[in-house]
Write a protein that binds this ligand. Structure first.
Ligand code: DQA
Length: 151
């Protein structure tokens, strides 16, 4: 099973960036954490980060036919991007949204996610572990879809 993990703007600054919100660990630590979780879950992951909205749109489009599912933390674009929502709807791959922090308990403008409408589930406020939870939920969903297709 091949999963594309997409991380949006400023997540490359983890460790330096608002450690009281996002923790002291770096983006490299997050990549390592996700790779270890993927190994445990017997999934192959490709992890990418960009600060650019259009690049996220391109990567989502290119995932069609190449990956079984997507995990996305769109970061600030969560709260602004109809383009990312439309790209996810266009490819219609099973997708789980992740946020390190609990966006429902922060500033009001973080309370709305455009992207959620195209996602099976949103995992928020769980730190790095949210990516592991997202991976397990996505894997279970994809395995369920495969079984249903065999019947
Ligand atoms: C975030 C939450 C967003 O509101 C914020 O803009 C981010 C990170 C999170 O992982 O908690 O950059 O997506």
């Amino acid at each position: 099973m091949k999963i594309l993990v997409l991380n949006g703007p400023n997540l490359n600054m983890l460790g330096l960036r608002e450690p009281e919100v996002y923790g002291a660990q770096s983006y490299a630590d997050l990549e390592q954490f996700i790779q270890a979780a993927a190994l445990d879950a017997d999934c192959a992951v490709e992890i990418r980060q960009t600060n650019h909205e259009g690049v996220l749109v391109d990567w989502i489009q290119q995932a069609y036919g190449a990956f079984d599912g997507i995990i996305i933390n769109p970061a600030a674009y969560t709260h602004t991007s109809v383009a990312i929502l439309d790209a996810l709807k266009a490819v219609s791959l099973p997708t789980v949204e992740v946020h390190l922090s609990d966006i429902s308990r922060r500033e009001a403008f973080r309370g709305h996610s455009y992207v959620s409408a195209a996602c099976l589930q949103t995992v928020k406020g769980q730190g790095f572990d949210g990516y592991r939870q997202a991976l397990l939920a996505l894997r279970a969903h994809i395995m369920g879809m495969r079984e249903a297709n065999l019947q």
